[in-house]
Design a protein around this ligand. Structure first.
Ligand SMILES: [Fe+2]
Length: 305
């Protein structure tokens, strides 16, 4: 069975490319890649030419998750498997592959209308153009683990149909669950799924009211101090916080959450675990955070201020 390795790129729609450029480069610590003025901005996190593509669509939302397959044969076998489940899979052709900076790409939609792309052969920047962040001490944690993770909004109450699609159609592996009563009658029920290279989750999902297709994307750094420094830069730049610093019980991520210029969240994290499927046990956690991740208080002006 062909299997997805990781999410290797995100595609994001935006109305304000300049706001994204300031946020991504000066505050988060990404590097600008290829620009098409007024149309798109590529963001780098490592030796890939492009890990996050911001496109000026006028629609401030998440547009696509790009799943990596390791070889052309794996990609062909995976697309065949997908089609055998009844999924409608289109060949993106040269134009989409060029836009994503990959050799070949296919695409399908999940039951919530979120686009998933499947690719092989991400283009690398030349050796003379190594990744450089203006602000980070260390590097982003990418490589075989991919760009990060995404929490997709399920539109079906209980998210059963969504989770079935991710498990049985996309072929992702279950990591764990978090079920927590946030307030009387308001329960968060999140499912976390991983791909073959084992980032604790590449994709999570939960039923929630939301105008956006996702709740947040996550990028991870290798140096814990970069979390604190990024937190301070966000506060100084006046970026809106969603949750202050805290730690999740399941992936062990130490992180904070801010609002991106497209309106959904960005989790900036360190310390997320990698799953070894031979010894992994699926658990259900009863709280989202071991500590922290407190929403900003209007009385005190929010974290970091
Ligand atoms: Fe997350």
């Amino acid at each position: 069975m062909a299997e997805l390795s990781n999410i290797g790129y995100f595609v994001i729609g935006a109305s304000d490319l300049d706001a994204w450029e300031r946020f991504a480069i000066d505050v988060i610590g990404l590097q600008a890649g290829r620009r098409e003025p007024g149309r798109s901005l590529a963001l780098r996190m490592d030796d890939h030419e492009q890990r996050i593509l911001i496109t000026k669509t006028g629609e401030d939302d998440f547009l696509a998750a790009g799943w990596e397959l390791d070889t052309h044969d794996e990609l062909d076998a995976y697309v065949e498997q997908l089609r055998a489940t009844g999924a409608v899979v289109t060949d993106g052709g040269r134009e989409l592959a060029d836009s994503r900076r990959v050799e070949r790409v296919f695409a399908c939609e999940d039951p919530n209308g979120l686009k998933h792309e499947f690719y092989v052969g991400a283009h690398r920047a030349p050796m003379s153009d190594a990744f450089r962040s203006k602000v980070l001490l260390g590097n982003f944690n990418t490589g075989r683990l991919g760009v990060g993770h995404v929490l997709a909004v399920a539109r079906d109450p209980g998210a059963q149909r969504t989770v079935q699609f991710y498990k049985n159609t996309l072929g992702l592996r279950l990591s764990d669950y978090i079920r927590m009563e946030m307030a009387p009658g308001m329960v968060i029920d999140a499912t976390f799924l991983h791909a073959a290279t084992g980032r604790h989750h590449s994709l999570a999902t939960a039923y929630m009211p939301s105008e956006k297709r996702i709740h947040h994307i996550m990028v991870q750094v290798e140096n814990m101090d970069d979390v604190g420094l990024a937190h301070d830069r966000c506060a100084k730049a006046g970026v809106a916080f969603i949750h202050g610093i805290g730690r999740h019980p399941n992936d062990r991520m130490l992180s904070f959450y801010v609002q991106t210029p497209s309106g959904f969240g960005l989790e900036f994290g360190w310390g997320g675990i990698v799953i070894d499927d031979d010894s992994w046990e699926i658990k259900t956690y009863s709280q989202i955070s071991d500590w922290g991740h407190v929403p900003p208080s209007p009385q005190v002006g929010g974290p970091g201020r």
